[in-house]
Design a protein around this ligand. Structure first.
Ligand code: BYC
Length: 472
């Protein structure tokens, strides 16, 4: 169904034919806008930003580019097209038609998953609220804002489901989405990574590479849901998500490129002395963001995950492309876990290991970008390799929580950890150094901060000196 832009809330769910729902969402809309004003990108309401806006849910030509003031961005409700023959692909309900409504017995499970997913979206906008002040270029500033408005739209996607399918509870949950705040000691966001600060652009690029990629894997699993409106919402969200990870991968890549250029130009390993970000510091940020994002997959052995699957609520990554019985009653899966303070391999029922399996898919995907980053370093003739740390490193959730493990997977005593921690995770001094590079935003078209290389090409093929943001 085409997107109807004549409505106050653009949508492709025929909202105008459901007056009650329309009114409820129109009631929530000003609250969302107030939240955007208070907690969204700081001091930006007058800027004209070259943004893409979804105009259809087709994979071909789904977006339009043009200047928009962010508070006027058309946040709307866009679900991927319905497949009338779609069946539940896995679990006890395999082969049955997907649900167009919420089955009573799955109501609280589905609500909880939708709330958890929805909560991350405004959280990330809050985390990135101040980054615009130190943008390394107009190109990067525009990308930040693009990510922000789309995370706002992803919140809309989940709020629509809550309003449309969960009655009064759903409306209350939608209100709560704007009441919890990232890092708020009294009302924090639900998942750990979304309460960490994103104080600088190296953190932002690492976040969009690693944490948005958790989004990709969680959304892909929910896109397999037997609850069809959730599946269709997530499918379209994935289309938007790809750009966020692109911002992360190319952002880190451009910092690495610049660091290597500075090392060669000045014939030094001491990049800090020439205003760049040294490779060791970049590796520490990588270690931090990767490990914090691994926590987002939950426990290695999880009865919750087994139940979601058996019930047909949340599937595996690309479920329908996997060649097995999609029931997994007798299947097993080998996981890394902890026993008596050691890291061991253990074979467990595949159903219990679904979080770990998704984490494994995620790790393999993360590794691909690291390979590309290493190519950049190699091309510069520099002998250094970025590495993903061991999955047990710096974990707070799951079997390895609280264990002391080195990036190469050795279990350590507390004393050994203390001695080395500063080589593996950003220290206060590293953070202070990176922050010190974040000068006032670079606002001249085509110019870039000293510590980052320009991108290979412009957004929507725009010229190198395109004015992505007009400040007015
Ligand atoms: N922090 O059985 P387990 C994105 C809790 S990112 C705090 O493993 P489950 C985005 C858990 O709630 C994608 N608590 O749990 C990215 C449970 O509590 P109870 C977000 C945690 O449910 C960037 C207990 O520990 N989407 O979109 O299998 C920018 C036992 O754990 C955490 C989703 O997450 C944690 N990290 O797995 C913008 C999808 N992990 O029951 C956006 C929806 C676990 O003991 N969420 N716990 O009270 C889910 O699928 C699941 O809730 C989780 C957890 C995978 C997160």
């Amino acid at each position: 169904m085409a997107i109807d832009y004549s409505q106050l809330i653009p949508n492709n769910v025929d909202l105008s034919n459901d007056r009650r729902l329309q009114r409820a969402l129109e009631n929530w809309q000003p609250r969302f806008l107030d939240w955007w004003k208070d907690m969204g990108p700081d001091g930006t309401s007058a800027f004209d930003v070259y943004l893409r806006t979804a105009v259809s849910t087709d994979s071909n030509g789904w977006a339009n580019f043009g200047y928009v003031k962010m508070p006027e961005y058309r946040w709307g409700i866009f679900l991927a097209d319905r497949d009338a023959d779609r069946q539940i692909a896995y679990g006890d309900n395999k082969g049955r038609p997907v649900w167009q409504d919420v089955p009573g017995e799955l109501r609280s499970t589905l609500r909880r998953l939708i709330v958890t997913q929805g909560d991350t979206e405004p959280a990330s906008v809050e985390q990135q609220r101040l980054l615009g002040k130190s943008a390394p270029s107009l190109y990067d500033l525009r990308n930040l804002f693009q990510v922000n408005v789309e995370e706002g739209r992803h919140l809309w996607a989940m709020v629509y489901l809550l309003h449309a399918y969960f009655g009064r509870d759903g409306r209350e949950e939608a209100e709560e989405m704007l009441v919890r705040h990232s890092g708020d000691p009294d009302k924090p966001r639900i998942l750990g990574a979304f309460n960490e600060a994103t104080p600088d652009w190296l953190s932002f690029f690492m976040f969009t590479y690693f944490t948005d990629r958790d989004g990709k894997y969680q959304l892909a699993s929910l896109a397999e849901s037997g609850f069809d409106p959730l599946a269709r919402s997530c499918r379209f969200m994935l289309t938007e998500e790809a750009h966020h990870m692109f911002v992360g991968e190319t952002g880190v890549g451009r910092i690495l490129q610049r660091t290597c250029e500075l090392m060669k130009e000045h014939k030094t390993d001491d990049v800090r002395s020439v205003g760049g970000i040294d490779l060791a510091t970049i590796q520490k940020y990588l270690n931090f963001h990767f490990s914090v994002s691994l926590d987002l997959f939950g426990q290695e052995a999880s009865t919750n995950a087994a139940n979601y699957y058996t019930q047909g609520v949340k599937g595996r990554f690309l479920e329908t492309r996997i060649d097995d019985d999609h029931v997994l009653a007798n299947a097993t899966y080998e996981i890394d876990t902890a026993e008596n303070g050691r890291i061991v391999k253990k074979t467990v029922p595949a159903l219990a290991a679904l979080n770990e399996r998704l984490r494994q898919d995620y790790i393999e995907d993360c590794a691909k970008g690291v390979l590309r980053w290493n190519k950049t370093i190699e091309r510069a003739g520099i002998n250094f390799e970025m590495k993903l740390p061991h999955r047990a490193f710096n974990r707070r959730i799951g079997a390895f929580a609280g264990m002391r493990v080195s990036p190469d997977g050795r279990v350590l005593s507390e004393a050994e950890w203390k001695v080395n921690e500063g080589q593996w995770l950003p220290t206060d001094e590293d953070r202070a150094y990176v922050t010190s590079l974040m000068g006032p935003a670079v606002t001249q078209p085509g110019k870039y901060a000293h510590w980052i290389a320009p991108p290979a090409r412009g957004i929507n093929n725009q010229a190198a000196d395109f004015e992505y943001v007009r400040f007015n």
